[in-house]
Design a protein around this ligand. Structure first.
Ligand code: UDX
Length: 437
């Protein structure tokens, strides 16, 4: 099939590459000429494990190409995906201006039947708006489909190639047939393609992400309670996760969720609820808990240093909002850095992938270490904000020899509490019983 993907951000690039990998001919369109030049020259613009190989192969096989011209990009396409940003506006609602602008342009350019697919996360009712924006100038029949993505950063290629489910929102038989054919190679293992109306598909995406965010905030509150009552969140997590109705996944407490999806989508669903005159109480609490959770370690750090962080120097491991990505959007580490600097402390950081992105935002207010161990130089304590695999089995001899105080504040529960005690550390994590001496 001939496909166009408008927008070569994270979702667009993964979508375009993966469709090319299954034999489709994909043209990606972006207004950023510099990006198009780079991508056309074989330079990938995002870090996503496994993507580069597929990207290079499909570029070479000429199944994947890039252009800045929407007109040229959609010429022979049967399906046009919109993978455009929907950033939160000032009131928290998703800003649809990018999506509606392209829809408007498409209306002027369409000369034969095409299926236009919303891949961007958009509020309920957006398909209707996209239809209206295209129809204003369009003389040929077309269909608009809502097809939300459920890609996790770090495993996006796998998620795309072997999805748990594909959600397709359309009431058009013609579009349904085209979309069914397009996704057939991805659901060979028997996972469902769920056809539904446009609004239900749009809401499914928000409901999924909000539910997962709720699970995390719930566990973060259970962790707080564990510390107060003397229970261990690891035990409670296993205890409840064995119940199939709850499930083992997404029950890990930590220093809050971040990234480009959960914070934005929960906020947008709250806003949609308000617009529908409904006060979504649970989600307001989910956001509130998450805001506080980002600084969960701070009181522990302050207590250890007798409420005075002035002149103290901290090593911080992990900047990305989660492992296997260079994405630092809403990353808890950034909040911790700000809080430490505000207390008069200094900070050295290390992250396997996200240093460049942080440098662009935070600049020279902090020190960027070349290595996870040189990051510890002159540090009074170590703070861990992201659970990268390289931090899971560190050389504790090196850590002990370099840190001024044997203190580790771990926001991701990487180590056994008892073992850390035996190694002689003052070790604080999230929701676990202090070690027995
Ligand atoms: C998420 C959804 O999983 C994906 O389906 C959707 O399309 C986009 O949003 P992503 O943002 O890439 O994907 O990250 P995910 O792996 O889901 O983690 C989100 C956040 O939750 C991270 O900050 C992570 O640290 C946190 N998290 C996750 C926890 O704190 N505890 C958990 O148990 C799981």
């Amino acid at each position: 099939m001939k496909i166009t993907v408008v927008g070569t951000g994270y979702v667009g690039l993964v979508t375009g590459t993966c469709f090319a990998e299954t034999g489709n001919e994909v043209t990606c369109v972006d207004i950023d000429a510099n990006k198009v030049k780079k991508l056309s020259a074989g330079q990938i613009t995002i870090y996503e494990p496994g993507l580069e190989k597929l990207f290079e192969r499909n570029l070479k096989e000429e199944r994947l190409s890039f252009t800045t011209s929407l007109e040229e990009g959609i010429k022979d396409a049967e399906v046009i995906f919109l993978a455009l940003p929907t950033p939160p506006g000032e009131d928290g609602a998703a800003d649809l201006s990018f999506v509606l602008y392209v829809a408007d342009q498409l209306g002027k350019l369409l000369t034969d039947y095409k299926v236009i697919v919303d891949k961007s996360t958009v509020p309920v009712g957006t398909a209707e708006k996209v239809i209206a924006a295209i129809a204003k100038n369009c003389k040929t029949p077309f269909d608009v489909v809502s097809n939300p993505e459920f890609l996790r950063e770090g495993v996006a290629v796998d998620d795309f190639m072997k999805p748990d489910r594909v959600v397709i929102g359309t009431t058009s038989e013609r579009a349904r047939k085209v979309m069914g054919e397009l996704y057939a190679p991805f659901v060979r293992q028997g996972n469902p393609v769920l056809f539904m109306d446009e609004k239900s598909a749009e809401l499914t995406k928000y409901a999924a992400n909000s539910f997962l965010a709720t699970k995390i905030s719930f566990m973060n509150e259970i962790a707080i309670l564990c510390e107060r009552l003397g229970a261990d969140v690891d035990m409670v997590r296993r205890g409840i996760g064995s119940d199939d109705r709850i499930g083992k996944r997404f029950l890990f407490p930590g220093i809050g969720y971040g990234g480009s999806c959960f914070p934005k989508d929960v906020q947008a669903l709250v806003k949609s609820s308000e617009d529908a005159q409904y006060d979504f109480k649970i989600l307001n609490a989910v956001m509130d808990v998450n805001e506080k959770q980002k600084l969960f370690l701070l009181p522990k750090i302050k207590a250890y240093f007798k409420n005075n962080l002035k002149g103290k120097h901290f090593a911080l491991w992990g900047l990305a909002f989660k492992p296997n990505t260079d994405d630092i959007r809403e990353a808890p580490a950034l909040y911790i850095i700000d809080a430490l600097l505000a207390e008069g402390a200094t900070v050295s950081v290390f992250d396997p992938e996200a240093m460049g992105n942080v440098k662009q935002i935070v600049g020279d207010k902090i020190i960027y270490a070349e290595h996870q161990y040189t990051c510890l130089d002159n540090a009074d304590a170590l703070i861990i904000a992201t659970e990268w695999s390289v931090f899971r089995t560190p050389d504790f001899h090196k850590i002990s020899a370099t840190l001024k105080n044997q203190a580790i504040f771990d926001g991701r529960n990487l180590f056994e509490v008892q073992r850390m005690k035996e190694l002689g550390y003052h070790y604080e994590s999230v929701g676990r019983i202090p070690a027995i001496s």
